[in-house]
Design a binder for this molecule. Structure first.
Ligand SMILES: [Zn+2]
Length: 389
């Protein structure tokens, strides 16, 4: 067959012209896009850096309208809405992203995580839980587990909280033993308070006891479960066991002693074991002069004089308005009719010193808490009163 070379000579320039035209079209398209989007984008970024969030949002909305497929802008906009507390708008942006079919798997997971965070911040905990559950098999697993843990705590779902803390501990993401122990104690308290039967079908009392023993086994050096178990056994008429558990605290977790020393004395009196309790408390006080332990020891003294001598001994070593007010309370006054007014004034002055204070946020309370009601931090309340800190 004869091959006509003239076609090649004609075809080459035509192919060149077509190729050049196509590349020019691409460049023009790119220039058109770049002319609009980056300008609005950088404008928004500039506002953001200058902390002008309202203007930044307007610029980003403009940029998104110009190119609805801009993924990063959507993420930036959604996060901005969330930070400003505009959760409904943040949810809309992230839902719009999730609905897009052209998103990569990584961006889909990112949008899912952002949406779950929107719900969490908005307080829609059931939707947030659902969102974070979907992320447990993704690269956001660790963050999702921690978020789920906080959701379970907030909803007082301590069964799931304990399961999640166990998983976090198992995957080497920190020490969650004390936290697990708290969750078991919370379950035991719920069991006792509600007097309901737990899922196992056991009687609430035996279930509560079992949970507290589990809590002790997980964190043996934490005082909460032991104190709770001692109180529980006393409530069940097992004062001897309660007294024994309270005595164990002196050796195993002495930080809990000031929180139980008043009941220890009551149980010791009931069992005729006062000397044993007194010996333990005296040894503890010599090592750590706690005000609660001092008060318990003062209550053991057989006479007012001896009681005052003990308080006076403390005052000589460590001046304390609380101890001084207890001493005055025992003193026979020359003007006894003034006592109510005097005591009222002293009580008012000492009341703030007699509280417990959260080391994390400073929230003060008359009662000791294992979890701060102000900042939700666990174990942030020391067992000492404000005056002792
Ligand atoms: Zn706090």
């Amino acid at each position: 067959m004869e091959f006509d070379l003239s076609w090649i000579l004609l075809g080459l320039p035509v192919a060149f012209i077509l190729g050049w035209s196509a590349s020019r079209l691409d460049i023009r398209q790119l220039r058109f896009e770049n002319r609009h989007n980056p300008k609005a984008y950088f404008k928004g970024l500039n506002y953001l850096l200058n902390e002008q969030q309202d203007q930044a949002i307007d610029a980003f909305i403009q940029a998104v309208q110009l190119d609805p497929d801009t993924t990063e802008l959507h993420f930036a906009l959604g996060n901005l809405f969330r930070r400003r507390g505009e959760f409904e708008r943040a949810v809309r942006v992230h839902e719009h992203l999730l609905a897009r079919g052209d998103l990569s798997v990584q961006d889909q997971e990112r949008a899912q995580q952002a949406l779950a965070l929107d719900y969490l911040k908005a307080g829609l905990l059931d939707r947030a839980e659902d969102g974070f559950q979907k992320l447990l098999s993704t690269r956001f697993k660790e963050q999702s587990q921690l978020a789920l843990l906080s959701i379970y705590e907030r909803t007082r779902d301590y069964v799931n909280a304990q399961r999640m803390a166990n998983e976090l501990e198992g995957s080497g993401q920190g020490d969650f033993k004390t936290r697990q122990s708290h969750y078991l104690c919370e379950q035991a308290e719920l069991c006792m308070d509600a007097n309901t039967v737990a899922s196992s079908g056991d009687a609430p009392q035996s279930k509560a006891r079992e949970l507290l023993h589990q809590a002790i086994a997980i964190a043996p050096h934490h005082p909460r479960a032991r104190i709770a178990l001692a109180d529980f056994e006393h409530s069940q008429g097992q004062t001897s066991i309660a007294f024994q558990i309270a005595l164990e605290l002196f050796e195993i977790c002495p930080s809990g002693v000031p929180l139980i020393c008043d009941r220890l004395l009551t149980w010791a009196r009931a069992l005729g074991q006062v000397s044993k309790a007194q010996a333990a408390l005296t040894a503890f006080y010599e090592h750590s002069p706690s005000l609660d332990v001092l008060k318990a020891l003062a209550n053991l003294e057989p006479s007012t004089q001896k009681c005052q001598a003990l308080l006076s001994h403390h005052l000589q070593k460590d001046p304390s308005l609380l101890v001084a007010s207890w001493w005055i309370d025992l003193e026979k006054l020359e003007h006894e009719s003034d006592r109510p007014a005097l005591q009222k004034s002293l009580n008012r002055a000492t009341q703030p010193l007699n509280r417990y204070r959260c080391a994390a946020c400073g929230f003060e309370a008359q009662k000791h808490f294992w979890q701060c009601p102000g900042c939700q931090t666990w174990d942030s309340y020391p067992s000492q009163r404000v005056e002792e800190l």
